[in-house]
Design a protein around this ligand. Sequence first.
Ligand SMILES: Cc1ncc(COP(=O)(O)O)c(C=O)c1O
Length: 419
Amino acid sequence: MEIVIKTLEYLDNLRLYPKIKTVSSPPKPVVRIDGRNLHMFCSNNYLNLATHPRVIKSNVEGTKNFGTGAGGSRLISGSTDLHKELEKVISELKNCEDSLVFSSGYLANLGVISAMAAPARSVAKELTMNMLYSLKNETVIFNDELNHASIIDACKIANVAHIRYKHVDMNDLREKLKKNRNKRKIIISDGVFSMDGNIAPLPEIVALAEEFQAITIIDDAHATGILGENGRGTAEYFNLKGKVDLEMGTLNKVFAGVGGFVSGNTDLCRFLRVASRSYIFSAAMPPGVASGLITAIKIFREEPGLRNRLLKNVEYFQSGLKKIGIHVKYYPTPIIPIIIGDESIAMSIAEELFKKGFFIPAIRWPAVPKGKARLRITVMTEHTTEQIDGLITELEELLEKYGVKNNPVHLKTLITHNV
Ligand SMILES: Cc1ncc(COP(=O)(O)O)c(C=O)c1O
């Protein structure tokens, strides 16, 4: 127990223990918290589909027709018509042969990565015992150091060697691949980095994977529905569809439900259905959620204006930042971080913003490295220019007040992201 108390004291002293705000309304551009209306600039409901009347209707109908819970895991009794339909709709969106839906993106990464890293572990052990041991010793996972926590946790569960390469540093990745030339290799990267909004250098990753014969897995949690002509994600953005082995995504951001998925070729998906433990040993997502997601993806495909308006808002916000002297490299993604550095200052700025009516919690260690605390601002389709102008005005005043305008940590971080 002592370590628990000491941990809590440590976090409290450094103001790192989160004060979680309770939201009393849907994730729209204005939300209700503690009886006040606040401008919401931290939601991943990027296209505002969570409150789209057709998505809500579909979610309710799915619940009426199939009940509130799936009543089992995918392999036993939880695979309804809606789950199958959702997988089909996702495969069409991603233009892949097949897809698997998990109950969250976190579970998708755990299941997919651990299955791909040690494929024999979950299946027919007695037939593949020798193969299992050789793979355990020989598989090496190469991770961008800023990959999402779910990928890092998946690597731990996979129980194979995993090596972190410097963020988007392809020379470092090359060196590390070279040193492991004779191993079985898997390269994993976020497509869009969740705390930074920058895009992985996929052309170089794919080229290195081809040169060193590595498997590639891209986490498109923040890229699906955002990047590429048809919103297919990072591979489409770089014109590399078909060159990535597995494309993972989540269903709680652009598509405004909950769940995760992986898309790939028929053999890989067939394999993952029997080898991903988080797919096998966890309940299927509620059917109503699956139903709402099917409709959200359809709306996304029918109404490209939703994404165009989002990207216009991203550009508008970034040009506003430039006007007040905050240099942010433009990426066509809704995540715009302002790196503050010091955790305590970031907390103070977030608190002042809250008082002034803007909801943007400070993101700090362990979600981001120590000394790189930030305001992770996210823009939505339905934000108005007045809301964005209002935030820019407040930011100008607060960043000046706390002496962090164009601070070295912010600029250095941007330079590293200059891919
Ligand atoms: C890059 C990335 N991967 C995976 C996940 C996990 O997805 P989920 O929230 O659906 O569990 C997230 C969630 O924020 C993410 O940002």
